[in-house]
Design a protein around this ligand. Structure first.
Ligand code: ATP
Length: 255
């Protein structure tokens, strides 16, 4: 299932099953997939198929009532089942852009503080100058005005907020980017900037990419393999999204 057989494994799911506390139904059931450094995976499927849940577990950022109930998954060599220091390391290595990330940014922080928070929450003594340069560089890369740094999320458009969420997910130079519909609300021009931000890191640092999307073009632009879920179960896998034909009723076949 992997196209770079010698590269380090970034994400490995082995018969992974996920459920909510007190619910016997599994939200995700029996997912096995490997993503190596420098590779991309698009998780596809109809609404409610478990894409967001799978991604949030891989990112170490699932809601408290969501947990692994079967199988295993490792991200950057760390088990998603472990808590404590291992979980903190996982959230360091995995840059998570949750579903509707732009709409749920911390309201009381400025844009600069939102983007820098993954750093400042770990190290309060970090140089303010270095931090400002890092934030400015990300704003510039994602075609956001430098003046946005001192604004609050509510002062920005939906597309700008989405890019702030992307900058926040990238600020720690993650080994794995885990993005839930990362181009939501982006028009074509800034979508290209967002895509370039992902591709340049993939090519320069070997960042692996896992995204939830139902857009074949988005997946193909990232040269992503595709995993299709239906009712939480894997129903299709292709080396590219174009290889997999799926319909919202869950039927999927390799073309
Ligand atoms: N907070 C919640 N409480 C209870 N059930 C939930 C909650 N969030 C999601 N679910 C359920 O978990 C299952 C998987 O949802 P999930 O959001 O992971 O799917 P998805 O494929 O990402 O859907 P979408 O494309 O609409 O985001 C669905 O059956 C959904 O109804």
């Amino acid at each position: 299932m992997s196209r770079r057989p010698d590269a380090e494994i970034a994400v490995r799911c082995d018969d992974l099953s996920i459920a909510r506390t007190g619910d016997s139904d599994r939200v995700v059931e029996g997912v096995s997939v490997t993503v190596r450094a420098g590779e991309a995976l698009a998780v596809m499927g109809a609404t409610g198929s478990g894409k967001s849940t799978l991604l949030s577990v891989l990112a170490g950022n699932a809601p408290a009532d969501v947990g692994v109930v079967g199988g295993a998954a490792e991200v950057a060599g760390l088990s998603v089942r472990k808590g404590g220091r291992s979980r903190r390391m996982l959230t360091y290595y995995a840059g998570h852009m949750p579903q509707a990330a732009g709409a749920s940014l911390p309201a009381r922080l400025t844009v600069a503080e939102v983007i820098a928070e993954p750093i400042t929450s770990r190290d309060r003594r970090v140089s303010q100058r270095a931090l400002s340069l890092r934030v400015a560089s990300l704003l510039d890369e994602l075609h956001l005005p430098l003046g946005a740094a001192s604004q609050y999320p509510y002062e920005l458009s939906a597309g700008m907020r989405q890019r702030v969420a992307l900058a926040r997910a990238l600020v720690l130079d993650p080994k794995v980017f885990i993005g839930d519909d990362p181009y939501a609300n982006l028009d074509i021009e800034v979508r290209i900037a967002a895509r370039e931000a992902l591709l340049s890191r993939r090519d320069d640092t070997g960042m692996a990419i896992v995204i939830a999307t139902n857009d074949v073009e988005t997946a193909d632009e990232l040269d992503a393999a595709a995993l299709v879920l239906h009712g939480g179960r894997p129903v299709g896998y292709g080396q590219t999204a174009s290889d997999v034909v799926w319909t919202p009723d869950g039927r999927s076949r390799a073309s």
